[in-house]
Design a protein around this ligand. Sequence first.
Ligand code: ATP
Length: 231
Amino acid sequence: MLDVHALDVHYGSAQALKGVSIEARAGEVTCVLGRNGVGKTTLMRAITGHLKPSGGSIKLDGADLAGRAPYDRARSGIGFVPQGREVFPLLTVEENLRTGLAARPRKLERKIPDDIFALFPVLKSMLGRRGGDLSGGQQQQLAIGRALVTAPKLLVLDEPTEGIQPSIIKDIGRVIRLLARERGLAVVLVEQYFDFAQELADRFIVLDRGEVIAAGDGAALDDDIRRHLTV
Ligand SMILES: Nc1ncnc2c1ncn2[C@@H]1O[C@H](COP(=O)(O)OP(=O)(O)OP(=O)(O)O)[C@@H](O)[C@H]1O
């Protein structure tokens, strides 16, 4: 599904990613782990088209995404839940969800699909509330719901558990698992919360100073890696 190969990204003369490769397969959760500032968000923003790489390639189902704008990538099936959620605070929940409609494939109805409310019932009861009046956890659910409105085949989530209370983290974990296992989405999940990643990961990579320093199956996410992330 997603194939990132030997990706380099620079901010001016500083190199934030050095030859990073990662694959994400349909029906699987691929976790990107690493401490603060190692390049996780940079990698996500390169995949979604918000940052231009200086080398390497990003392919979705074999098609090279080079030069394609974020909206075009959204149209091609990349759903993005950015770090910090980026919910529109003055728009209502419904209006926030509707912003995803423009990127929905043409063959699908231009309507917020009901299954989003089955995944996140709280959104249904808050349709008329402003995004900015929701709790952090509710905003995170809204951000995921908004990405799902675009009917993605690849869902990219950047630290969805950041600053969220445990009961909502559980709900979000359940939804991520369901999206991968039952709906066959490829999920790329950036996480600093090790236990959450360990529970969900089919595969993982660990970044350090812009490079992949470990990669493997979810089963290989062990205490050595946990220690590496915390020290
Ligand atoms: N817009 C920018 N201009 C210059 N340097 C940047 C910019 N954004 C990030 N960086 C630098 O690039 C490196 C990687 O940052 P990035 O945000 O990708 O890390 P991260 O792993 O996502 O961190 P966090 O967990 O804190 O979100 C850091 O050294 C950061 O200071």
